[in-house]
Design a protein around this ligand. Structure first.
Ligand SMILES: [Zn+2]
Length: 361
């Protein structure tokens, strides 16, 4: 009951539209996280911090992952003959593990995620990803340069942390999750202890935008923060770089340094002066955590009843088979049922990328 009231409340403020729009917002594409089953087994036996399903089962997309996803998406069309499209919030770069290891763990080296994809797959997976964009099943947007905090990573290198070295030797990031606090965490790339860090975080954001542009041939328009905990000042910086839309939560407790916090209230479509428009995702589909078809359909129903588009928040881990193929099969099966049910319940629905949806509100 409480959840249901919350679902209504987050859909009330802001401009309505009289179209039934569905936008899938899917996080974490491009990011290397877990590597393979053998690494996972080793880490579980040797006391690494394996905290959740993401640490266990989330890894770089394989060609099988992408082809199986496209098989599901291509089965469906809206009444304008448009297939469902995943807006894939992408980390355009990863660590270049070999380079770091050959440099004796003394420097931070990056590579584009397309290079990582081809390195850690048997076939040219980056081409399959690009074909998915061409076929309009994928629409990339920005999830930060990487999905880990560079400063925290460097401090692990300086400490000669043995688990960090093991992860670098075995091409994965899982297990590096240490020394987090209330306002800074290893997975939150743009979290901070002090506002003085903003300048280096802006450089990191910009390097990621340049990599995004190099890979996709255009600059991103929509940003969702990796792991959240990002200050509005960094959002304004992104706006200056051409990012028009930023994902946020209705109520955000923002860290201001020196144990102080401010409260930022947002809603879907809130325009910020000299800053990006706020996007608040109003539906969740996370089959891995048992949040799937029934729950998501109910949230879509509420969004449509209040004349709002339905922004379905989900993560790559639900469709990832690199570590466990069965995980991908289960997630895609649920996705197929969800899309079929949407089209059956609302035949006049329209699928579109988040930026096309945002331009309507
Ligand atoms: Zn993420």
């Amino acid at each position: 009951m409480v959840v249901s009231i919350k679902n209504y409340l987050k859909n009330i403020p802001g401009k309505g539209i009289n179209r039934k729009v569905i936008a899938f917002a899917v996080d974490d594409y491009g990011n290397i996280r877990q590597n393979d089953w053998t690494s996972l087994q080793y880490m579980e036996r040797h006391g690494f911090e394996i905290q959740n399903h993401f640490d266990r089962l989330d890894g770089l997309s394989t060609s099988d992952d992408l082809n199986a996803l496209f098989d599901v998406l291509s089965k469906h069309r809206d009444h304008n003959a448009i297939p469902p499209v995943f807006t894939v919030f992408t980390n355009p770069q990863n660590l270049n593990f070999e380079k770091i290891v050959s440099d004796g763990y003394s420097s931070v080296e990056y590579e584009d995620f397309t290079e990582s994809m081809n390195k850690y797959s048997q076939v040219d997976t980056a081409d399959i990803f690009m074909n998915g964009i061409e076929a309009k099943y994928l629409y990339p947007e920005y999830h930060g340069r990487t999905h880990f905090h560079e400063g925290m990573f460097v401090s692990n290198l300086l400490k000669k942390d043995t688990q960090t070295f093991w992860c670098l030797d075995h091409q994965c990031y899982t297990g590096l999750t240490n020394h987090s606090n209330n306002h800074q965490s290893y997975l939150s790339t743009y979290s901070y202890n002090d506002k003085k860090e903003f300048e280096s975080l802006k450089i990191h954001l910009n390097e990621g935008i340049l990599a995004f542009e190099r890979i996709f041939g255009r600059r991103p328009l929509h940003f969702t923060s990796p792991g959240q905990l990002t200050h509005e000042e960094l959002h304004r910086y992104l706006f200056e770089q051409g990012v028009l839309y930023i994902d946020t939560t209705p109520i955000k407790r923002q860290f201001e340094g020196n144990n102080k916090y401010s409260l930022v209230i947002s809603w879907l479509g809130k325009k910020n002066k000299n800053g990006p428009t706020a996007i608040v995702r109003n539906c969740i589909f996370e089959p891995m955590y048992g949040i799937d078809v029934g729950h998501t359909l109910n949230q879509i129903k509420i969004a449509f009843a209040l004349n709002k588009p339905a922004i379905i928040s989900t993560h790559r881990v639900n469709f990832c088979g690199r570590i466990d193929e069965n995980n991908r099969k289960q997630g895609l099966k649920k996705l197929d049922v969800l899309i079929s049910s949407i089209l059956k319940k609302w035949p006049d629905v329209e699928f579109m990328p988040t930026t096309q949806m945002a331009a309507l509100i």
